[in-house]
Write a protein of this length. Structure first.
Length: 243
């Protein structure tokens, strides 16, 4: 693969196209009040997913910046009462936003057709089908890469200060992994407890979140001797609901 296809639909398997057409059990699933998270395997062609990971490695990796937020020492040594721990969002990953045409990351993404794919009519239609409700025309794009040991700690992705997102919004994640990845998992809360876990490092996996809710991403584990090349690529679309 030298370029991404112009339409997201061209990456899809027959099952993926069935969802796009509304003929899949997951169509509209996130409109149900108790459904906050979907993990959908087998909707993106596996061979294209593996090729996409290699293309991202070559074209996008040089344009990512390290995003690192370790646990602050004061969360322990500044604590004055027993069992009064308060953990801020912690993480380590590499990322670039894909909304600024002047940025090097945007230009590299456009060169390989990634911007066209993620702005295609079928990608937005796919997200709308998952949401089961109308979405605003404008949406955000981001590329994230998890290397060996990279993770995202417990967080909610709640934005109460932003009027458009304060009452919820949709994230759609497309996952592409290099051959050196062993595993990574998404853990999320149900009825107030971190009881749910889904494999997150499958080639071509599509995950969708109706945010906010509590979740975290475990450290990526590499296969033995492949720590330098193991990477999970995450292409993220953030969609606001239309009233």
């Amino acid at each position: 693969m030298r370029r991404f296809p112009a339409e997201f639909a061209d990456l899809l398997t027959p099952k993926g196209r069935a969802l796009l057409a509304g003929r899949h059990p997951a169509a509209g699933a996130l409109s149900h009040p108790r459904c906050r998270f979907l993990s959908l395997d087998g909707l993106i062609d596996r061979r294209q997913a593996l090729a996409a990971a290699l293309l991202l490695e070559k074209a996008m990796l040089p344009h990512l910046r390290l995003l690192e937020a370790p646990i602050p020492p004061e969360t322990i040594w500044g604590q004055t009462r027993n069992y009064a721990e308060a953990l801020p969002k912690t993480m380590r990953q590499r990322t670039t936003h894909l909304d600024n045409p002047r940025s090097a990351g945007f230009r590299a993404a456009k060169e390989i057709g990634l911007i066209g794919l993620l702005r295609s009519e079928s990608y937005r239609a796919f997200a709308t089908m998952l949401a089961g409700r109308p979405l605003k025309a404008k949406y955000g794009l981001q590329a994230i890469a998890y290397g060996a040991g990279d993770y995202a700690g417990p967080h909610t992705d709640h934005h109460p200060e932003e009027a458009d997102a304060a009452h919820g919004y949709l994230d759609v994640h497309l996952t592409f992994v290099t051959p050196g990845v062993r595993d990574q998992f998404l853990v999320y809360a149900k009825t107030g407890h971190f009881t749910e876990m889904a494999a997150a490092a499958k080639p071509g996996l599509i995950t969708a979140y109706r945010l906010p809710f509590w979740h975290y991403t475990t450290p990526l584990r590499a296969k033995a001797g492949q720590e330098e090349t193991a990477r999970r690529w995450l292409l993220l679309g953030t969609f606001l609901f239309r009233e």
